[in-house]
Design a protein around this ligand. Structure first.
Ligand SMILES: Cc1cc2nc3c(=O)[nH]c(=O)nc-3n(C[C@H](O)[C@H](O)[C@H](O)COP(=O)(O)O)c2cc1C
Length: 225
């Protein structure tokens, strides 16, 4: 299997939600986890935990919680106004693929739950006001976990495995924590189905750089081609 470069992985690691039932060898999962823990975290605390669920009964429990949680967000996606940058086809595909996963999370041979301990010691910043504190707490908690998630996405792509970052399960997080015995002080940030994909990789479609990148001040577009 030829290695692909990091830019090819970045440009083609689109969300994949349909998987072959073939198991993923444990040594491949280990490589993915090794990539995950190379990520940065605030203060280098590395308070992350990765629960790899392959047992079919455990996957069913996690899948049931994901399906239940997804019921709450489904009407939003059914009725939302299509973002301008998305074509009708892209919007239809996102819904069909997303809704498929609502019912089929447990079909992926591997479910990876990326967790973090977010109640550790913190600097006393109360003098900065509640808003700044909340922003800082949320941002640093998330930013200490999601880089590891992105490493998982890129490692999967490089190893020809499909995956997608999902968060719907958080709405029924306690059911998953109970099923997997996850302690109270640990929170779950991402549920990632992983497997050999039925669909094809990339390219990902994004808004053009000219709409989102600026030079020196807000509103002055970065002069990219
Ligand atoms: C914060 C976040 C939460 C997401 N939650 C879900 C989810 O619960 N279920 C799901 O199927 N996809 C979820 N996604 C995947 C997005 O739908 C996907 O990344 C986006 O549509 C881009 O897909 P593409 O890379 O194939 O273009 C989430 C992505 C992010 C970044």
């Amino acid at each position: 299997m030829e290695d692909i470069g990091v830019f090819e992985a970045i440009h083609t690691a689109r969300a994949l939600r349909r998987f072959k039932p073939d198991p993923v060898p444990p040594e491949i999962i280990t490589r993915i986890l090794q990539a995950a823990i190379c990520a940065p975290s605030g203060g280098n605390v590395q308070d992350w935990y990765f629960v790899v669920v392959t047992d079919p009964e455990q996957r069913k429990l996690v899948g049931a919680a994901y399906a239940k949680a997804s019921l709450s967000v489904r009407p939003f996606y059914e009725n939302r106004q299509r973002p301008e940058h998305m074509t009708e086809t892209a919007e239809r595909q996102l819904k069909s693929s997303g809704f498929y996963l609502h019912e089929h999370m447990a079909d992926a041979p591997v479910l990876l739950l990326v967790c973090g301990r977010t109640r550790g010691p913190r600097p006393d910043l109360t003098n900065l006001g509640a808003n700044a504190l909340t922003r800082m707490a949320v941002a640093t908690a998330c930013a200490s976990i999601y880089p590891a998630v992105q490493n998982v996405i890129l490692a999967c792509r490089t190893l020809r495995l499909g995956t997608v970052l999902t968060t719907n399960h958080i709405l029924c997080e306690q059911e998953i924590k109970d099923a997997l015995g996850i302690p109270d002080d640990i929170e779950t940030y991402a549920l990632m189905p992983i497997g050999y994909p039925l669909g094809k990789f990339g390219p990902v479609r994004r808004k053009p750089l000219t709409e989102v990148a600026m030079h020196d001040r807000w509103g002055r577009a970065w002069p990219s081609a």
